[in-house]
Design a protein around this ligand. Sequence first.
Ligand SMILES: Nc1nc2c(ncn2[C@@H]2O[C@H](COP(=O)(O)OP(=O)(O)O)[C@@H](O)[C@H]2O)c(=O)[nH]1
Ligand SMILES: [Mg+2]
Length: 304
Amino acid sequence: MGLFSKFFSGLQKTQNNLSSELKRIISRSPKLTDDDVEDLEAVLLSSDMGFTVTEQIIEAVRKEYESSSGQTGNILEIAKSIVEKNLSHTDNNLIKNDNDLTVISLVGVNGAGKTTTAGKLAHYIKDSGRRPMLAACDTFRAAAIEQLNLWGSRLDIPVISSEYGADPASVAHDAVNSSLSKEFDYLLIDTAGRLHTKHNLMRELEKLHRVISTKCEGAPHETLLVVDASIGSNALTQAREFNKSVPLTGLVISKLDGTSKGGMVVAIQNELKLPVKFVGLGEKPEDLQKFEPSEYARALFFNS
Ligand SMILES: Nc1nc2c(ncn2[C@@H]2O[C@H](COP(=O)(O)OP(=O)(O)O)[C@@H](O)[C@H]2O)c(=O)[nH]1
Ligand SMILES: [Mg+2]
């Protein structure tokens, strides 16, 4: 499947709503009335792309109407290029610690998609010719270790794990040692889900990060917050709060395939200045896609 098709199929729910509604509003009269503007605003905001970008699009559409008749096609094109421009400032490449181990910590609330992302990301890394190892540091949730082991055996990627109830920092510590001694390129740490309001659990995460930094300089080199796309702009609060405890280097937006709030990616990059590095478009190993702003922007408004 081509890159655009992947984004398009992942964003179908969002795109359907956005493009058909925008077209409907624009085509109902040759002039842009106050009602039209209000409706345009509501449709754009319903995708959770945020107020700032929505206003930029409305401004540009107004200008388009003043200078010409305002064709429907133009409006979608305008919206696309504004979204693209808002996404172009950040570097969304995965960090690589040159000639050394790169440690990636995956954090987030329960059910966000951390374990699935760890598996998919390991597959992505292996596919690009590097050697990944996985660490099962969710020693709390029933079946979390088995879930990661299953990904490891399916993909033939080693998993370091311990018992349920073990100290996650000590599992991470052992995993760093093991991946250093076996000269792996990446270590992906799957952590337990936690709410940013639970201070003791946030301290536990801070400790895990502290422990691995003493074993490997700069680790974790990448801390990715995994958020479920269906929470829409609530992801902003989650990211801000996690960032206070463990400085985030980027986000993974999972389950983009299941929501009409796909515009939230724009709000996150725009308002947090944190790059969205990957998006989850399904549950299979190959369903993790490196985030591509131009393909995403096109798939948000166009179906080809
Ligand atoms: N459709 C879809 N489902 C996903 C995606 N990512 C995760 N899931 C599903 O979401 C559920 C929770 O994922 P999990 O990785 O266990 O979340 P965790 O608690 O953060 O580790 C599982 O059923 C996953 O298969 C995605 O990108 N798309
Ligand atoms: Mg998990």
